[in-house]
Design a protein around this ligand. Structure first.
Ligand code: SF4
Length: 96
């Protein structure tokens, strides 16, 4: 599985997409302290522009992957992706 470096930039309201919480959150001191501080995915603060998180991503994204719109990033992460190579191993074919 691919470990992707995600650069989650804050939007105009200071929000980012958090993979751990699977939601859009305000990237404030509470988020930093209560969640990012103990999160194994934490990989930096994007030069003060947001948060960097490393996690396995099944989507066909680049590495690093930059997310500028946290709501769009959340929506994209709700779609379940199946690798083409895995497809036949997981589907049931009815031949009748
Ligand atoms: S480091 Fe963890 S808790 Fe913080 S935004 Fe990333 S996924 Fe969420």
């Amino acid at each position: 599985m691919r470990q992707i470096h995600h650069i989650n930039l804050k939007d105009e309201s200071g929000r980012i997409y958090c993979c751990l919480r699977n939601k859009v959150v305000k990237f404030d001191e509470k988020q930093r302290h209560d969640f990012c501080g103990g999160c194994s995915m934490f990989a930096g603060e994007a030069g003060g522009l947001g948060v960097e998180c490393v996690w396995e991503d099944l989507r066909p994204v680049s590495d690093p992957h930059t997310a500028q719109d946290p709501a769009a990033e959340w929506r994209s992460n709700q779609i379940k992706h199946i690798w083409p190579a895995d497809h036949l191993a997981t589907c049931i074919v009815n031949t009748t």
